[in-house]
Design a protein around this ligand. Sequence first.
Ligand code: ZN
Length: 482
Amino acid sequence: MTLLFLIACRALFAPEPPSVDRSDAAAHLTGNFRTDAPDIVRFGGPHGAPASSVQAVRFDAPDGFSINAALWTPDAPTGVGVVVAHGHYGQGKSSPEAQEIAHRLAARGVWVIAVDSPGVEEGDRPERQIHFADGAHNRGFLVSGGSSALALQLSGIQAAVSLLEEQGVESIGVTGASGGAVASFYIGWLDARVDAVVLAAPPPIPREAAASGCPCDHIPGHPGPDPGMLAQLTIPSLWMADVKGPRPDGLSGAADFRIFEGPHSYTESMQRAALEFFEVHLGVPGGPWVKSVPLLNLSTGTDPGTTRSVMGLPLQTDAQWTPAPTQETVAQVSCEGEGKVVLALGHSSLPTAVRDAYRVCSVSMPAPGAATWDESAWVESIGRGSVRADAVLGAVMAAAKRHDAVAIWAHRVWALVAGPSGLPFVVHDPVRDSSRLQPSDPAWVHVPGAWTGVIDRELNQALAVSDDVDLLVAALNNASGG
Ligand SMILES: [Zn+2]
């Protein structure tokens, strides 16, 4: 009794978290948003489902960028709609973690849309990928233009909210497991049309700068923890942790935090709790528990065709990288040969004409777990809001000084850091345009404004930019008297 009393007192007298301004973080996530309902294209005949039918659909969000989804039409529709976002469970909308709760909501008369993020199921193509290492360049491209992979995902979910409104829905919920819980939080925080959210197995929100797992939910420059942001989710929310732990700092009184120890998933007990929560807060009708739900292939069965790639998205930013070298990283350098020193960036072996005339010092970044670049340091820099290229530039300048280099031979995107180093340089196999990037190119090339002026600015300072090795060697010899 005393313990209960103490807990009640703590809740009553716990200090309110200070009110904070997170409008800049919100602006980061709404850059590509659209709020009008997009046109939907339906694929194939509807599948039968418990007291409902479900059909694969596609719509654009943002303009010209296709999003794949599945739309449940209940047999006895109510004025309630729920968007289901997915986590990293392989097949987005078709994963059991997305599909089971969707079926059970639809069986109660709820309009449901399960939305794919770019890069999953039939959208798993290099030009659309935003997840894990394969999505690094697309994520970097979005950040270079003042947006983010998270903003792009939220854009699809917000379009789905608009589609529910178009069905005449008056109460709107959003739910998902793991990464889907993260998306549910942000839509609940950002979109006033959302009335309640249910988060199954949520990871820490917002993502911390150096957190492990897929970094597609970073808000650039706004790493967690951020109790002030959590406090701003004032609509009813259900937080279902899959591991024992404390209630996250900052959650408002409208948040119901519970622990469902078990798999990192949207378990049946979580689904039961979600249904009850939506009964109370959205007016979902009560009904029997649907014991068995089908596991359907909800793919549209087609590729995204000619719609935009991530790097084809029009981004608006005036930001341009101003190089500011830092000393946080020490480059790995290996030198060979005799003579004046040429620093080789991004090259494993230089042409004989260079190796015969110079002592060549090859520079590379420490690369834990990666073949050519330090992915984790780059990912962390996005979370912190710093520019990883500044650390690479600092490392290159320190190496140049240590080895008394007279010039730089830069391969491909390494021209970006050769330019600001202050040394004369040549560029072999230049990359002027993001469409020429290869997966092996380091993702730190996506500095602010990289593809809207910065790359050209640096290439313009080179002694020579060419695929022709002899031409580059001649330019190098001219400049260094080699
Ligand atoms: Zn991801």
